[in-house]
Write a protein that binds this ligand. Structure first.
Ligand code: COA
Length: 258
């Protein structure tokens, strides 16, 4: 991997996008490496949560790599968005392992779209978020028009995208775009703290909950039906037996993750 770093500690993996001189902009190679990295971590049952962040102190990700699509045709533009969404953005959203974005600086364009594809977000006080694509004569193409409206509401998404404005971390928290804001030097440890709480719980149940929550946002899917199905399926898992037994015996559950 040339553009990302992966570090595993206990049950938590941290992916760091590592192109600091380009403010971690997402070029094609980085998107492919992220896909590969997430895939391997999702298949590794010892990994209970993944945190994604950017290297350096300035940026999470300053967007898709603008230099790569300067001369694109209509067909190439459509293909870029479709491939990116499939390889990375939808892929991350639908992973069964929880993914938290630790937004440590600028999260613009594809950077904010990546953070929004994660299951939830934390941010440092210096973080700045926005979808400035219309300043380049394009629109967000990695799910931004959909996920921003889902997370902050239609009116705010309209304004932010139309004005190409940037919001600071506190505003993002007020909008519900990020869950927590902490000092930059504390961001990773703080986010790891949340990840360790997740890691103590049943990974099988968490995977089923992610699927049910996501179902609400899928066309033609009834989220309540997915919830009913996944609730029922939970009773057939070893994790349920462990959780139930531990509760009755007043001990701490140690989930086998099956
Ligand atoms: N794609 C490619 N390269 C990018 C990039 C992007 N989205 N964002 C930043 N970079 C590169 C710059 O070209 C520069 O490279 P160079 O040193 O080789 O010239 C380097 O990262 C540092 O960026 P710079 O603009 O000098 O930093 P800054 O502190 O002056 O400004 C930003 C920071 C984030 C405000 C500014 O980089 C910016 O507006 N980036 C583009 C954001 C954007 O429109 N994203 C949406 C893309 S669809």
């Amino acid at each position: 991997m040339e553009n990302i770093l992966i570090e595993k500690q206990d049950n938590i993996a941290v992916i760091t996008i590592n192109r600091p001189t380009k403010l971690n902009a997402l070029n094609k190679a980085t998107i492919q490496e992220l896909h590969d990295g997430f895939k391997v971590l999702n298949e590794d049952k010892s990994v209970k949560a993944v945190i994604i962040t950017g290297s350096g102190e300035k940026a999470f990700v300053a967007g898709a790599d603008i230099s790569e699509f300067a001369n694109f045709s209509v067909e190439e533009g459509g293909k870029l968005a479709a491939q990116g969404q499939e390889l990375l953005f939808d892929f991350v959203q639908n992973l069964s392992t929880p993914v938290i974005a630790a937004v440590n600086g600028f999260a613009l364009g594809g950077g904010l779209e990546l953070a929004m594809a994660c299951h939830f977000r934390t941010a440092s006080t210096n973080a700045k978020m926005g979808l400035p694509e219309v300043t380049l004569g394009v629109i967000p193409g990695y799910g931004g028009t959909q996920r921003l409206a889902q997370l902050v509401g239609k009116g705010r998404a309209m304004e932010l995208i139309m004005t190409a404005g940037m919001i600071d971390a506190e505003t993002a928290k007020n909008y519900g775009l990020v869950n927590h804001v902490v000092a930059q030097e504390e961001l990773l440890d703080f986010t790891k703290g949340i990840a360790s709480k997740i890691a103590n719980n049943s990974s099988v149940a968490i995977a089923k909950a992610i699927e049910a929550i996501n179902a609400n946002f899928e066309d033609g899917t009834n989220g309540y039906e997915v919830e009913i199905k996944n609730f029922g399926l939970s009773f057939g898992t070893e994790d349920f037996k462990e959780g139930e037994t531990a509760f009755l015996e007043i001990t701490k559950a140690v989930f086998p993750g099956k």
